[in-house]
Write a protein that binds this ligand. Structure first.
Ligand SMILES: Nc1ncnc2c1ncn2[C@@H]1O[C@H](COP(=O)(O)OP(=O)(O)OP(=O)(O)O)[C@@H](O)[C@H]1O
Ligand SMILES: [Mg+2]
Length: 304
């Protein structure tokens, strides 16, 4: 179990993490979400003992990481995928890590196979790796010690669609094996098919800690798109039934607060010709953007 307790990290004037508290439980995939600059990487670096917190604690199974004697065999992590000596091969890199962490040498080939770095790829110098290959090597590194706790910082960056599916299945399997799997991302769309639980932060502060199901339930209600040549009159009828109606173009209305079925019934009763009637589920991405709107630090075109 990962426990973050009243954690604060200041860099000069910048407060990267502010009074942050949450727990991450084993047996599930927990997504760590927040816009760019929210403090995700900082939190993970503190967990790994790479950065000293200004206040508060970050522990794995009750202890700070540096007090874990089993190191990589207890906590596996993918932080910066570029952080590998470029002159080594993937196999040599993992072999050195295995030796220094007293991990059996056979694990090297097991994890290389697991992440698909086989044949020539395992022997090539890491310096020539593509971003996706580096991510795969980073994931192999995290898995090397067969640890019960795994941390991944933006592991889907640079992966192709096949790679994304593979990583999702891998995370699900690791969680099903009873491990703690904590995965950061700045994109809800990456988490919605991967995570069971969500920790959402913005500007270093906790915004939400709940299951994906709970998050989806708080999301914006689905909207109905209806197209009719007499859209203005139809809009009036729908509004009188309590719907919130926005007109999209001359014919098209976006309707919130009524089901497609009810819109269809009303149109039939009032003899409106309908050319389109569709329900659009509110995306979790929209809910995430609404939730974090106040804590987005970098906005395109922002003149600050
Ligand atoms: N070493 C550092 N020195 C100064 N400021 C830092 C340092 N590391 C992080 N920060 C600042 O702390 C804040 C949080 O950064 P962090 O990298 O943790 O965010 P993040 O959530 O990982 O963002 P991203 O999605 O872009 O990776 C940012 O404002 C960043 O500029
Ligand atoms: Mg980051």
């Amino acid at each position: 179990m990962i426990e973050i307790n009243e954690l604060t990290k200041r860099y000069g004037d910048t407060t990267a993490v502010r009074d942050l508290s949450f727990t991450v439980r084993p047996g599930r995939v927990t997504g760590f979400l927040g816009p760019n600059g929210a403090g995700k990487t900082t939190t993970l670096r503190i967990l790994l003992g790479l950065v000293e917190p200004s206040a508060g604690t970050a522990t794995v199974d009750g202890h700070a990481f540096r007090h874990h004697r089993r190191g990589l065999r207890h906590v596996g992590a993918l932080l910066d995928a570029g952080d590998v000596h470029g002159g080594r091969s993937a196999r040599a890199h993992l072999g050195a890590l295995a030796r220094s962490n007293r991990i059996p040498a056979r694990r090297v080939d097991e994890v290389l196979t697991e992440v698909g770095l086989v044949g020539g790829a395992a022997r090539r110098r890491v310096g020539g790796f593509s971003l996706g290959m580096r991510q795969r090597l980073g994931i192999a590194t995290a898995l090397l010690g067969d640890p019960p706790v795994l941390l991944f910082d933006e592991p889907l960056n640079g992966l192709d669609p096949e790679g994304v599916l593979w990583v999702r299945r891998l995370f699900r399997r690791l969680a099903a094996e009873g491990r703690t799997v904590f995965v950061s991302s700045h994109l809800m769309s990456e988490m919605e098919h991967t995570a069971d639980e969500l920790i959402v932060i913005g500007r270093g502060e906790l915004i939400a800690a709940e299951s994906l199901t709970e998050f989806a339930a708080r999301g914006t209600a689905p909207t109905v798109t209806v197209r009719s040549p007499d859209s203005a009159a139809l809009a009036a009828v729908l509004a009188s039934e309590g719907a919130t109606v926005a007109s999209y173009d001359e014919e098209t209305l976006q309707v919130a607060g009524l089901s497609a079925e009810r819109v269809g019934e009303l149109a039939f009763e009032h003899r409106f010709l309908i050319r389109e009637l569709t329900t659009r589920a509110a995306s979790l991405e929209t809910a995430f953007m609404e939730l974090t709107a106040d804590s987005v630090e970098y906005t395109a075109g922002d003149q600050r």
